[in-house]
Design a protein around this ligand. Structure first.
Ligand SMILES: NC(=O)c1ccc[n+]([C@@H]2O[C@H](COP(=O)([O-])OP(=O)(O)OC[C@H]3O[C@@H](n4cnc5c(N)ncnc54)[C@H](O)[C@@H]3O)[C@@H](O)[C@H]2O)c1
Length: 432
């Protein structure tokens, strides 16, 4: 397969937070790129030259379409023409909190129909070690073609950090592992054509396990500071000052910060892929379970602190008016997946609070499968703040004037240390 000259055709399946920026990276490296998705709205939007992912500008989509170097389609027959096919579809948990690999298996089944000799298939979706070899490979080999000989198969985890302007796809080192040495080598050469640094690993399962380790590491360390937050609060110690102090150590310490609970597609979900797989090896992943337990308690803790703070002001949660600042799961993105905001709003409403919410990235609450919340959108103006009995800062988006919030709100529950720099009215701030 020719990769170094810019005639190879790359197909990306799943055009969202992961697939679209990756397609753009290869397009910018000079390759002809094809995007595939089953979501007709996304296809229509991209075909009109309109991007729905903040970091991929519509102007690039338009220019590349007009130059004839970008194709966007839901016609999977076009897969046959691709030299390399990169899978970026979701890997959620089922209702029973077990891996739901149906998106991966559906995609592999679709690829199998058009699989051709010499093609390289790479899975990017986060999953447990062994998926590429044990789940994807047998489906593709059902075509009668043999992996490592007739076609090539690898895993390369996506390490995107949405909302982080410091790291673009091409700058994030890329781990690559094949299900056999030739596949690994080919996949590494593919990514070298577009990504600044590529690390070839001995096998696909090392690449799968590395990605899971990265996410477990975050989940566990966030749980640790969340637990210490509760303890230190009882001890009258400011956790944020403690973390800042510990961070002055030039080695052996990395800062993690407490918050209102985990959110996003990755950290609340991916570790449990390994928990499930571990059962097949008679192991329980106790760190993962414990971290999950502590982190999922955080919305309850925020609500408890809010209730106590109101009580101190001779007010009840029932009948109170609250404003939730931030619905997205992290700052400066519009992604609400698994956001703790929903759990916090639901708990408050169940206890009789009437809520409004403000998020410059989320003007309207999307309907959520697991939550039913009736909060109305509100403005972040003096009238709304003064009418509220409490304000909870769930997401610390840039550009919000926290001095203004504290000046006008009677009580501010701060889960993110967003009000760190506020000098006036600190008696109104409660950390949670
Ligand atoms: N979002 C992140 O920041 C991030 C970071 C690292 C890794 N990941 C991992 O990358 C993978 C994708 O994440 P995402 O956030 O882009 O997911 P997403 O749910 O936002 O998007 C996936 C896209 O795949 C499409 N799709 C679903 N099934 C399909 C099929 N059978 N054929 C074609 N398209 C299909 C969907 O329509 C959607 O556009 C997941 O495994 C995730 O864990 C995500």
């Amino acid at each position: 397969m020719v990769i170094d000259v810019r005639i190879a055709l790359f197909g990306f399946i799943g055009l969202c937070y992961v697939g679209l920026p990756l397609l753009e990276a290869f397009g910018k490296a000079g390759f002809h790129v094809s995007g595939f998705d089953i979501d007709r709205q996304k296809i229509d939007s991209l075909q009109r030259g309109v991007s729905y992912i903040g970091r991929v500008p519509s102007s690039w989509v338009k220019e590349t379409l007009n130059a004839g170097r970008l194709e966007v389609t839901d016609d999977f027959r076009r897969l046959r023409k691709m030299n390399a096919i990169i899978i970026c579809v979701p890997t959620p948990l089922s209702k029973e909190r077990e891996p739901d690999l149906s998106y991966v298996t559906n995609t592999a089944t679709e690829i199998r129909r058009y699989l051709d000799r010499g093609q390289l298939v790479v899975l990017e979706s986060t999953t447990y070690p062994g998926t590429t070899e044990e789940v994807v490979k047998p489906i593709l080999e059902d075509s009668g073609l043999e992996s490592g000989k007739d076609f090539f198969l690898a895993f390369s985890p996506e390490r995107e950090d949405p909302g982080n302007p410091k790291f673009h796809t091409v700058m994030i080192p890329k781990l690559v592992g094949g299900t056999d040495p030739v596949s690994g080598e080919l996949a590494a050469r593919l990514y070298q054509a577009a990504i600044e640094r590529v690390i070839l690993l001995s096998h696909a399962k090392i690449a799968e396990a590395s990605k899971i380790l990265e996410n477990i590491y975050r989940a566990v360390n966030i749980a640790l500071v969340n637990e210490l937050k509760v303890l230190f609060d009882r001890m009258g110690i400011d956790i944020w000052e403690v973390i800042s102090a510990a961070s002055t150590k030039p080695f052996g310490f990395q800062a993690f910060y407490p918050g209102p609970g985990l959110g996003g597609h990755c950290i609340p979900i991916d570790p449990f892929y390994l928990t499930w797989k571990a059962r097949a090896f008679d192991m329980t992943t106790r760190f993962i379970e414990l971290a999950g337990e502590i982190n999922t308690q955080m919305p309850d803790y925020v609500v408890q602190r809010t209730s106590e703070a109101l009580n101190d002001r001779k007010k009840a949660l029932r009948g109170s008016r609250g404003l939730i600042v931030g619905v997205a799961y992290k700052p400066n993105v519009d992604d609400v997946r698994e956001s703790p905001s929903f759990k916090i709003m639901q708990l408050l409403e169940e206890r009789g609070a009437r809520l409004r919410f403000y998020d410059p990235f989320v003007p309207k609450l999307p309907s959520m499968r697991h939550y039913s919340v009736s909060a109305e959108p509100g403005a972040l103006d003096s009238k709304t703040l003064e009418e509220s009995d409490f304000v909870i800062i769930v997401t610390h988006h840039d550009g919000i004037d926290w001095d203004f919030v504290v000046e006008h709100a009677p009580l501010v529950i701060d889960t993110r240390n967003a009000t760190q720099g506020v000098r006036q009215g600190r008696e109104k701030i409660v950390r949670a």
